[in-house]
Design a protein around this ligand. Structure first.
Ligand code: NAD
Length: 496
């Protein structure tokens, strides 16, 4: 393997650590498989590991095991669940090097971003270790008197958790941690592009004290057969999905059979608005973060930038300079700021989006091509004057392309920003406080970053409106997704 040899020669110590980390990824304990699935390194296209291709029967066995373990776990005290999750947090941090290395190798994000994701993912575990003690409930008087009402929040039951490839650790812990905090067992199905991080994460959960069997991992290249069998199984009471809107819609139809509680974190088409009164440096810095985090492969990535005419030339010049200056290359190199995209299909999609936009009149300011080297590298790209008719305005870019449209007025910016069926995130740059709040209110999205290109935070309710989803993850709201409210009423005769 040419790349392996070159990597070993260039940085023998890191290479040895990366090999050791890969070797530490557990095989599944569930043996019913139909062959294996290769896991490829996007920086080279080469195979780095194989994972089991579990059969549907195995997935149902996982349901049986997690259901049994979950029933016992539901009876543990909040303090016990909290203590175990605190131990998991410590274990994840202790193993941050292995987790970060594996994540960069299977997903292609820069090692700096992988370390940041390990911390972010572990933070969800710590947050829900704390929230486990605050399960909620209430005590109320009936309005007409004569009875008392008590509400409880108990575990909803067995949860099926389906995660995407772009944040393989954080999307898993953002679901597993609240499920465990609430008292639920779970079956996790990571994306086949990036399963190794999830396997290792769950192994570390067990090493830290999570009972064996409580969190099951299933990997399969037949996701539809999996979801059709598992989500419609009578024992499953919850499905939480992060991924694209069409798949989310299919899963909601399956969940409808047994009226399974559903949380859907789906696709986005985030607008980023820069007004004439914005602070230029702050807007450029925020736009870089909103566009380029994870190489542009996030659901909240700024997909459409609407820049007001008075600031447009300066903003586009400064932003383009930053984009063109990004260091691209081997994601394991600490100096590198932009790695590969996840696979060859992503490169083809990006090539199409650039060709289509320029053919319809957009101006290419920088980038626009695939790098001439092994792996799936696409340049940081800026398209200016993008017309509404371009495919890029309605497609999730999921890569390092910025699509810019110039607008005259605030009203035009808001109307264009809202002209989409998605409603996950938006970004607004202005130094006018009134405008900041008025525009944030007018934007039809679940989240708005005001002079801030980074939305993700464990304490925030992450989620979308319109076709971007249902439910929230993170914060105290994220725990409620794994709980069911019950209410007891007691008639009360007056005795005093
Ligand atoms: P995807 O929908 O193709 O796949 C997501 C997961 O669903 C994978 O594990 C995949 O194997 C699985 N899957 C696919 N078809 C399935 C089926 N029929 N039944 C069961 N599982 C099935 O999405 P992706 O390409 O992995 O991820 C990118 C998408 O995820 C983007 O649309 C992005 O916006 C979205 N996303 C949303 C959020 C959020 O919080 N809203 C976060 C990250 C990513």
């Amino acid at each position: 393997m040419a790349y392996e040899a070159a990597f070993a020669e260039a940085d023998p110590e890191l290479y040895a650590r990366s090999k050791a980390a890969l070797a530490a990824v557990p095989g599944s304990l569930l043996t019913g498989i139909d062959g294996t699935i290769p896991v490829l390194d996007p920086a080279t296209g080469e195979e780095i590991a194989t994972i089991p291709n579990h059969t549907v029967e195995t997935a149902l066995e996982a349901v049986t095991l997690a259901d049994a373990a979950g029933r016992a776990w539901a009876k543990t005290t909040p303090r016990k669940r909290s203590d175990v999750l605190h131990a998991v947090y410590a274990k994840l941090i202790e193993n941050r090097d292995d987790l970060a290395l594996i994540m960069s190798r299977e997903m292609g994000k820069t090692i700096t971003e992988s370390y940041a994701e390990v911390q972010y993912a572990a933070d969800y575990v710590r947050w829900y270790a704390e929230e486990a003690l605050r399960a909620g409930g209430s005590y109320r008087e009936s309005p007409q008197g004569g009875s008392t009402m008590v509400t409880t929040r108990g575990p909803v039951g067995l949860a099926v958790l389906i995660t995407p490839w772009n944040f393989p650790m954080a999307m898993a812990t953002r679901k597993i941690a609240p499920a465990l905090a609430a008292g639920c067992g779970c079956v996790v199905k990571p994306a086949t592009l990036t399963p190794l991080t999830t396997y290792l994460t769950v192994k570390l959960f067990e090493e830290a004290g999570v009972p064996a069997g409580l969190v099951q991992v299933i990997t399969t290249n037949n996701a539809s057969a999996f979801s059709e069998a598992v989500i419609t199984d009578d024992r499953v009471r919850k499905v939480s999905f992060t991924g694209s809107t069409p798949v989310g819609s299919t899963l909601m139809r399956l969940a409808a059979k047994n009226i399974v509680k559903s949380s859907m974190e789906l696709g986005g088409n985030a607008p980023l608005l820069v007004f004439d009164d914005a602070d230029l440096d702050r807007a450029i810095e925020g736009a870089m973060l909103a566009k380029m985090r994870n190489g542009g492969q996030t659901c909240v990535s700024a997909n459409r930038m609407f820049i007001q005419e008075g600031i447009a030339d300066d903003f586009i010049a400064g932003f383009t300079e930053k984009m063109a200056g990004l260091v691209q290359g081997n994601p394991l190199n600490r100096e590198v700021e932009l790695g590969p995209v996840v696979d060859g299909r992503a490169v083809e999609r990006l090539q199409h989006l650039v060709a289509d936009a320029t053919a319809k009149g957009a101006d290419l300011r920088t980038g626009g091509t695939k790098l001439d080297r092994a792996g799936h590298f696409f340049e940081a790209t800026v398209l200016d004057n993008v017309p509404v008719a371009a495919d890029i305005t309605t497609t999730e870019i999921f890569g390092p392309i910025a699509s810019i449209t110039r607008v005259k007025t605030q009203e035009e910016a808001i109307a264009k920003a809202n002209d989409t069926c998605f409603g996950l995130a938006a970004f607004v740059f202005t130094e006018n406080v009134d405008r900041a709040f008025n525009v944030a209110e007018a934007l039809e999205t679940g989240m708005v970053g005001i002079n801030n290109g980074l939305l993700s935070n464990v304490a925030a309710p992450f989620g979308g409106v319109k076709q971007s989803g249902i439910g929230r993850e993170g914060s105290s709201e994220g725990l409620e997704e794994y709980q069911e409210i019950r209410y007891f009423t007691m008639q009360r005769r007056e005795t005093v």
